[in-house]
Design a protein. Structure first.
Ligand SMILES: NC(=O)c1ccc[n+]([C@@H]2O[C@H](COP(=O)([O-])OP(=O)(O)OC[C@H]3O[C@@H](n4cnc5c(N)ncnc54)[C@H](O)[C@@H]3O)[C@@H](O)[C@H]2O)c1
Length: 311
């Protein structure tokens, strides 16, 4: 049984083969932490896919076996994992949670929807919680945000001067980034860590500092069910009034899912699944805020090379 609907759960459902999986999610569609209902529908055909061979990866791969150091990033698991079941079968239990777990020979799980399952093991992948449980020797206290994270300003500094926080433990407050928002992801943790070090140095040498450009635009690149997934800007209209937004969607089953989020005729976010080759165009459209009202019909027309248009 896999409990949770985020990155780890989605990765594992794809990577585990030769096994029967019961996937317990609180939401109405899979992978809701990242995807909208349309994208989840696109992936629904791949739930029982047996992953055969790894695609060739053209980037440096991290390995945790020989050394310690940075997080493994997308290499936190290697290759496919096989059980001893004939084939693969994924059963999804929507809009439910675990009510009770007990252990005899097998693990017995009672769900809030009344169903009871017995399984060999349970993987709980229900996200991260900031660990804010520490004391400062001189009795001063650090400001904590409502989600439990340590509040940091745009220089990653807490309310106590010379104390900085970065990554999952912190919560960004009053950051004026139009197209960026915080999400507890290893990519952001890494960027924040490097940026915090730079901020500390600049505070120390008392020189002015500009906010790092990686906080200008939310970007996350990953892969789900063997497809490249790129999330840009306010890709799910995060923080926007949905009434003001328009969506442009192009779906080619088995190949790609493209969704652009527009507000006042300007692209503010995008979900790109598959080898769409649209990421650079979307990034530029979001950052430049070009009015595309007159181009709506052409923007996702596969017969028009829209990138040339903007060049
Ligand atoms: N290196 C990588 O490529 C990689 C891959 C996956 C995840 N991660 C990282 O690992 C961390 C944890 O990942 P994750 O998948 O656990 O978290 P996540 O934040 O991606 O998703 C958490 C999910 O759990 C659900 N949830 C929360 N409480 C629940 C409950 N009581 N019952 C059922 N569902 C519940 C939420 O609705 C959400 O869908 C994240 O920071 C993530 O960035 C890294």
């Amino acid at each position: 049984m896999i409990v949770g609907n985020g990155g780890i759960a989605t990765d594992l459902v794809y990577k585990l083969n030769g096994i029967e999986i019961i996937w317990v999610i609180r939401d109405e569609h899979i992978s809701s932490h990242f995807l909208d209902a349309g994208a989840a529908e696109f992936f629904s055909n791949y739930l029982n896919t047996q992953q055969s061979s790894e695609k060739i990866i053209k980037r440096f791969r991290y390995c945790g076996e020989r050394s310690s150091g940075a997080a493994l990033g997308p290499d936190w698991h290697c290759g496919a994992m096989f059980g001893n079941h004939d084939g693969k079968n994924v059963i999804i239990e929507y809009k439910t949670e675990v009510k009770n777990i007990s252990k005899s020979d097998l693990v017995r799980i009672e769900l809030t929807n009344g169903k009871v399952y017995e399984c060999d093991f349970v993987i709980s992948a229900t996200g991260v919680m900031p660990n804010n449980n520490f004391d400062i020797r001189d009795g001063r206290s650090i400001d904590i945000a409502s989600d439990g994270g340590i509040k940091v300003d745009w220089k990653m500094e807490t309310n106590l001067s010379d104390i900085f926080a970065a990554g999952d433990v912190c919560t960004t407050v009053d950051w004026n980034s139009e197209h960026w928002f915080q999400m507890r992801l290893w990519t952001q943790a890494r960027q924040m860590g490097m940026y915090a070090a730079k901020c500390m140095h600049y505070v120390h040498i008392k020189e002015p500092l500009l906010q790092d450009f990686c906080f200008e635009l939310f970007t996350h690149v990953t892969s789900f069910f063997g497809f490249k997934v790129i999330l840009l800007g306010l890709y799910n209209a995060q923080g926007l009034d949905k009434k003001d937004c328009e969506l442009l969607v192009r779906v080619t089953n088995g190949q790609e899912y493209v969704k652009l989020v527009l507000q006042n005729g300007r692209v503010v976010g995008a979900i790109l699944i598959g080898d769409t080759d649209l990421e650079e165009m979307c990034e530029n459209l979001i950052l430049n805020q070009i009015d595309v009202t007159n181009l709506m019909d052409d923007l996702l027309d596969p017969n028009i090379d829209i990138e040339d248009y903007f060049d």
